[in-house]
Design a binder for this molecule. Structure first.
Ligand SMILES: *Cc1c(COP(=O)(O)O)cnc(C)c1O
Length: 392
């Protein structure tokens, strides 16, 4: 249900978020898609079934979720996985030993680990470059051997913005397919397929699920060859999300547009507040006019998102720890994208595996603090940060 069948008019995002992929259950009339907690399906005669045979291959709750997520990304297909990294894993398995991938040097840690520690030993090759530098991208591309460009924007935790349209154009000149990790933006804010990308990956654990109560992933694509390959990988390796998690994710998408509006409004206000605070050093938020990616973000995103990173004028780890152990509304925890506000310390938590020299080289300060701004009352979030900063 992405378009009105009688007028062919495409439904708006909020309507698709609530309805796409779902219809009242034909056997009971249940308005909400049931949790089909079953592994197998009765057949009238061998091969004579109602569309489902075995839940590793398809499950009705998961199929409804896939229909919904495809509509939100404007894709012909969505393939749902048990986690974000399982989706990335399936994409990479579409390549062959010797194939080369160009990607960013500011990559989600789990993606970096999968590339370096799992796929390099199997013969895939990766170049980690600054995707804002066209010369570095040109130098990294090996015509004929480079098969995939892997983009993540905005990045974590440095909030860098990469120009999807420009990178797609560069990649296509050498016949390279492009995948975009759209987790930080969500489909509400950014739709990479419309900018020419071949695949979009989400950790649905984050904004799409939105309530920090599940782990999931999805790959959206309109490329028939990639879709077929992803379905094949899912069937062969079996990293499928369960019906309960699929149901919870579907419940999350119904309010994605509403939540994102509040995440963005709260984050914009907090970024402005932090930017003017005497104890705060750099504020990394693409919505601030002096952010180096501000103009590109304005061009390719509907709004600037709910993630903010900032450092302290006194760039010391213990000062950052003092802030995050004194917040009361913000919870000290990893992950992001839920309705509740979270605060974390990349240098010692999510990005601790990067050696200190490397960290500083890419601009990840010792005192850098990452916020996942939730949908609570803006005044309470602001007061909470204000009082926590008094402990610096
Ligand atoms: C969390 C995350 C992932 C991995 O997703 P999981 O659901 O944890 O497997 C990938 N990319 C980004 C940007 C993420 O934030």
């Amino acid at each position: 249900m992405a378009t009105d069948a009688s007028t062919n008019r495409p439904y708006g995002f909020g309507t698709r978020a609530v309805h796409a992929g779902q219809a009242p259950d034909p056997s009971t009339g249940a308005v909400m898609t049931p949790i089909f907690q079953t592994s197998t399906y009765a057949q009238r005669a061998p091969g004579d079934h109602q569309g489902h045979e075995y839940s590793r291959v398809t499950n009705p709750t998961r199929s409804a979720l896939e229909g919904n997520l495809a509509a939100l990304e404007g894709a012909d297909h969505a393939v749902s996985f048990a986690s974000g990294v399982a989706g990335i894993d399936a994409i990479l398995k579409g390549l062959r030993p010797g194939d080369h991938v160009v990607t960013t040097n500011d990559l989600y840690g789990g993606t970096f680990r999968l590339f370096r520690q799992v796929f390099e030993p199997f013969g895939l090759r990766f170049s980690f470059v600054d995707l804002t530098d066209p010369e570095a991208v040109d130098a990294a591309i090996e015509p004929g051997a480079t098969k995939l460009m892997w983009i993540e924007t905005p990045t974590n935790p440095l909030m860098r913005i990469y120009d999807i349209e420009a990178l797609v154009e560069r990649a296509k000149a050498d016949g390279i397919d492009v995948a975009v990790d759209n987790t930080f933006a969500s489909p509400y804010l950014q739709q990479p397929l419309a900018l020419g990308a071949d695949m979009v990956l989400h950790s649905t654990t984050k904004y799409i699920g939105g309530h920090s109560d599940l782990i999931g992933g999805v790959v959206c694509t309109s490329r028939e060859d990639w879709h077929e390959n992803l379905r094949f990988q899912l069937k062969c390796a079996g990293a499928v999300g369960g019906p309960m998690d699929s149901f919870l994710t579907l419940r999350g998408t119904k309010t994605l547009h509403l939540r994102m509006q509040q995440h963005c409004a709260n984050a914009r206000r907090l970024a402005t507040f932090l930017d003017a605070h005497p104890k705060v050093g750099r504020v990394l938020y693409p919505g601030l006019p002096d952010h180096p990616g501000h103009d590109i973000a304005k061009k390719q995103m509907k709004d600037f998102g709910g993630m903010i990173s900032f450092s302290l004028t006194d760039d010391a780890m213990d000062k950052a720890v003092a802030v995050m152990t004194h917040t009361k509304v913000f919870t000290l925890a990893e992950s992001l994208g839920g309705v509740e506000s979270l605060i974390e310390h990349p240098a010692s938590m999510t990005h601790a595996s990067i050696p200190p020299e490397e960290r500083r080289k890419i601009g990840l300060d010792d005192s850098l603090i990452r916020l996942s701004v939730g949908v609570e009352e803006e005044a309470d979030l602001l007061a909470d940060l204000d009082q926590a900063l008094q402990h610096v």
